[in-house]
Design a protein around this ligand. Structure first.
Ligand SMILES: [Zn+2]
Ligand SMILES: [Zn+2]
Length: 267
């Protein structure tokens, strides 16, 4: 079943309207498409949704208009530091995009410069940064229990660009694997997110291979998503990533169908 549930539009920082996305998904023979606008983050309004009600109205309109062609879901990508009112949404992706330092929220994924500023706040020590990131994220996951955990190891976004602070650091890997084990106990579905491959930043999806082996061992459920900000990349790198997941030992991903997360074979 072809589907994507991590999709951004012009209601936040995406390039296309929801209707353009729906038409592209139908063209690609998708069975379902889920929208996940960035929930409002009061401390950083650069990329989140400002008018969540208009977004919800528009997705509901499309749901009705295209109901004979594709299943459409109204979701939200909630930031760990900015809980949203979930009552309007069919599902919630819980993601962590910030670290708090010196009374500010510093984005870990907006630019390498801001990431390094953030690292400085942890005395330049990637292990301390990782402990803070996973500590906060696991607390959020335990308390808010999102349906889907978004790009679990987002702090590694720029790791392949310069000195590998994380992915080749055994101390970091132990922290990330421990965090994945804790987060898996929440029962949430982990996203395998190809977004950073599309952006030319990472050679494989989030989370990294060692975390995927941990999730396999914990029998966690996974969902494949593109974190797409453009109609052209709705299923970017899905085929390669499915083969990669199969080699790691996964035989199923999950997808929303008739309002429930169902198992889909990886072929
Ligand atoms: Zn995100
Ligand atoms: Zn996203």
């Amino acid at each position: 079943m072809l589907a994507n549930f991590h999709t951004h539009t012009v209601f936040c920082d995406g390039n296309n309207t929801p209707e353009e996305i729906v038409l592209a998904a139908i063209e690609k023979d998708f069975s379902a498409i889920g929208f996940s606008g960035h929930g409002f983050t009061p401390f950083d309004q650069s990329y989140c949704m400002k008018d969540t009600e208009a977004y919800a109205r528009e997705i509901r309109r499309l749901k009705e208009k295209y109901k004979n062609k594709i299943q459409i879901y109204l979701g939200v990508e909630e930031d760990a530091f900015a809980p949203v009112d979930r009552s309007a949404f069919d599902y919630v992706i819980g993601s962590s995009h910030y670290l708090r330092a010196g009374g500010r929220h510093l984005a870990i994924d907006s630019s390498p410069e801001e990431f390094y500023e953030c690292l400085k706040a942890f005395s330049g020590n990637p292990v301390r940064l990782a402990e803070a990131y996973y500590g906060e994220f696991c607390d959020y996951i335990g308390k808010r229990r999102p349906d889907i955990i978004g790009h679990f190891d987002l702090i590694t976004k720029y790791d392949e660009l310069g000195d590998s602070l994380f992915l080749k650091n055994p101390e970091y890997n132990a922290i990330a694997e421990r965090a994945a084990t804790i987060a898996a106990k929440s029962g949430a579905i982990f996203e395998v997110n190809t977004g950073a491959i599309t952006r030319g930043l990472r050679s494989t999806a989030y989370p990294a291979e060692n975390i995927l082996f941990t999730l396999r061992r914990e029998e966690a459920r996974i969902i494949l998503s593109s974190d797409s900000h453009d109609a052209a990349t709705l299923d970017a790198f899905f085929d390669e990533t499915k083969r990669y997941l199969y080699d790691i030992g996964f035989r199923h991903t999950y997808a929303l169908w008739n309002g429930e997360f169902i198992k889909c074979d990886i072929k």
